[in-house]
Design a protein around this ligand. Structure first.
Ligand SMILES: *[C@@H]1O[C@H](CO)[C@@H](O)[C@H](O)[C@H]1NC(C)=O
Ligand SMILES: *[C@@H]1O[C@H](CO)[C@@H](O)[C@H](O)[C@H]1NC(C)=O
Ligand SMILES: *[C@@H]1O[C@H](CO)[C@@H](O)[C@H](O)[C@H]1NC(C)=O
Length: 338
């Protein structure tokens, strides 16, 4: 962390030297933006990323451990938000901010170092090793942020990103991928990384002959990077669902007011609480639903001025929010005064 703080300081002192903007048009047919996946891609040979003085950060998390010597690695990045990408290469530190806007068909890159559209012959050599069926996740609108004989860093998108999150729970992520080539029975390696002290660390490594894999025994409301290794190492970043809140109950009811109380899930991992108040009519039909979001440090709520004979029920959930992803726990119900 201290190491990174030093780099940040160095960057800030240089930051205003040469800031520029470039806009990259994407060719999108039929506007099917949802099929498009944006990634950052990198590859090293000669153990470049094992060096102490070489690393790549996405926002403030180091990606250097997500690698396989001699294989193109890619990590999907979320569109619509600003992602900060930093490269330290020896004494040289470069930083870019990327804002990908699929709707306006532009990617905005800010930094001091202008990206290159053409691969160098070394990069071209790395990419030509891939078989035609293998997807290079930065294959379209590719921009190279850094290239030398043993390392490149690029951004781009693809319409055929091969891996997908199928489902999840508070303790599990189910990831599937396109078999390549179909019906091949050889086994693949699947890796899971978890960010810890500002850097992604390997959490598990396994092999499978299936086209899907269930990562289990995970922590709720936590960020993970799941990777599938074929000729490339292709990764997506996602979060697990939050656990349900505990001890949700009505603590007081005096005819016109009602007090509610609750507690955090066991591991304390959440962003906020969501309370749904269901107002009921005489036939127990819901006439109105009122949602209210509560800070993660709030543990009581008072419903005042209930109508005489007004009847209510409650649903209560935890919310986990990281970046653009928001996930809700299962709803815990309480009959209120109904
Ligand atoms: C994306 O890249 C692939 C592989 O290079 C190519 O076949 C395809 O035409 C490209 N698509 C667009 C929209 O540029
Ligand atoms: C019920 O409690 C609320 C809040 O403490 C108070 O304002 C209200 O006057 C009470 N109503 C009755 C009928 O006691
Ligand atoms: C990077 O940080 C920005 C701003 O805080 C956030 O919106 C974005 O989702 C982050 N990106 C990733 C990949 O976590």
């Amino acid at each position: 962390m201290l190491f990174f703080a030093g780099i940040t300081q160095k960057m800030n002192s240089l930051e205003f030297s040469f800031i520029f903007f470039i806009l990259v048009p994407h060719t999108i047919m039929f506007g099917r933006c949802h099929d498009m996946s944006f990634s950052i891609c990198w590859m090293d040979t000669n153990h470049v990323l094992e060096r102490q003085d070489v690393n790549v950060w996405l926002n403030d998390t180091a990606l250097g451990n997500i690698r396989k010597e001699g294989k193109v690695t890619s990590l999907m990045v979320p569109p619509g938000v600003e992602n900060k990408l930093t490269l330290q290469y020896g004494d040289n530190v470069e930083a870019w901010t990327l804002r990908i806007s699929p709707r306006t068909r532009f990617t905005e890159i800010r930094g001091r170092q202008k990206p290159q559209e053409k691969p160098t012959s070394a990069t071209k050599g790395f990419l030509e090793i891939l078989s035609p069926t293998e997807v290079f996740a930065c294959e379209n609108s590719t921009l190279f942020l850094y290239q030398d004989d043993h390392f490149f860093l690029a951004i781009g998108h693809t319409m055929r990103f091969p891996i997908q999150l199928e489902s999840r729970s508070p303790s599990m992520l189910l990831v599937s991928w396109v078999e390549n080539p179909p019906s091949s029975s050889s086994s693949l390696t699947v890796n899971l990384y978890h960010s810890e002290l500002g850097s992604y660390k390997t959490l598990s490594m396994d092999t499978t002959t299936d086209n899907h894999y269930r990562f289990t025994a995970l922590e709720s409301c936590s960020n993970y990077v799941a990777c599938v290794e074929t000729q490339t190492l292709t990764c997506l970043s996602t979060i697990t669902d939050p656990d349900t809140p505990r001890d949700f109950k009505v603590t007081l009811f005096n005819g016109s007011s009602m007090s509610l109380a609750w507690d955090c899930p066991g591991n304390n991992k959440l962003s906020s609480f969501l309370l749904t108040t269901f107002h009921l009519d005489g036939l127990n039909h819901v006439t109105e639903e009122v949602l209210s979001l509560h800070n993660k440090n709030d543990f009581v709520f008072m419903l005042l001025n209930l109508q005489p004979c007004g009847r209510v029920r409650f649903g209560f959930q935890t919310v986990c929010q990281k970046g653009i992803e928001s996930r809700y726990s299962k709803m815990v119900l309480n009959d209120g005064n109904s």
